[in-house]
Design a protein. Structure first.
Length: 286
């Protein structure tokens, strides 16, 4: 049996209260925090029939701790027959892993596997994050009328300067989306866009290609400021380093329908291995 421990998601405006649903908790402001708890906690637990945050009866289980909030100097005890620390992007949790070499560490990208292998002595298991598109829905429109970016409001200023003006010249709308509270919100966003932009011009020690995989599952190409973690989904996105490169690739996709279809088709193929049913088997093998 597997038990998963994940601090519940919450709104940044009310961090002391668990987020239940947007109908019951959302008051018109704030954004969702600890989305990883929903993806790696709630959704996986439901899919594999695992216990989620049990209070007792887990001592003989395989116990997975999803990005626990541990401050420096805090005492954290791993319980259960076998324990795993699901580190996600919490590079600071490497210290916790080093202090507990008997605990396995779960990482969610090939790049993170290489990074953590050089830092910690623990056994490391690669379990990618699954995409949001459980039902395998697909984009059906032709033409490019929208470019979308998903994240928190604080991330949008990192988009390249002048991108909105360049898109406007081409009659393309830029959609900045941060008001997501459940999986349906994210699905609706992807069904509304034609190309995704991922632009993170700063280095993170741990990162993964989840946004690219999410878009890929709908047959939506991504144009991304390139980073090492994206290499595992090569073929489902177009890597760039500047606004000029971005607009050049976007124009190519707009002007050549066969090119768009090629990237859409390759994206769907690559996304298959990130479906929740495929990822669930990796948990069951722990």
């Amino acid at each position: 049996m597997i038990s998963i421990f994940a601090k519940p998601a919450f709104l940044n405006t009310n961090p002391h209260n668990e987020f239940i649903s947007k109908e019951k908790s959302y008051k018109g402001h704030g954004h969702l925090q600890r989305v990883s708890s929903i993806i790696r906690g709630n959704q996986i637990a439901e899919r594999i029939g695992a216990k989620l945050n049990p209070q007792k009866g887990y001592e003989n289980d395989v116990c997975i701790y999803v990005k626990p909030h541990v401050k420096k100097g805090d005492l954290f005890v791993f319980e259960g027959k076998r324990s795993y620390l699901d580190i996600i992007d919490g590079h600071n949790l490497g210290q916790l892993a080093v202090k507990n070499p008997h605990v396995g560490v779960i990482v969610c990208s090939e790049a993170d596997y290489k990074t953590m292998s050089g830092i910690i002595p623990n056994k490391i298991v690669l379990i990618p994050q699954h995409h949001c598109n459980f039902e395998n829905q697909k984009r059906t429109r032709t033409g490019i009328k929208t470019v979308g970016v998903i994240g928190t409001q604080s991330a949008f200023p990192y988009l390249p300067m002048g991108i909105e003006q360049e898109l406007n010249k081409r009659g393309i709308k830029l959609i900045e989306f941060s008001s997501f509270f459940d999986r349906k919100d994210i699905i609706d966003f992807y069904l509304s866009i034609d190309v995704q932009i991922v632009w993170r011009p700063y280095r993170k020690l741990l990162s993964n290609p989840l946004k690219i995989v999410n878009a890929a599952s709908f047959g939506i190409p991504t144009i991304a400021f390139d980073e090492l973690a994206f290499s595992e989904v090569k073929g489902s996105y177009l890597p760039v380093c500047s606004l000029d490169e971005f607009m050049g690739h976007l124009d190519d996709l707009r002007n050549d329908l066969s090119l768009y279809k090629h990237y859409a088709s390759e994206a769907v193929k690559i996304a298959e291995k990130y479906h929740i049913d495929t990822i669930a088997k990796l948990y069951e093998n722990l």
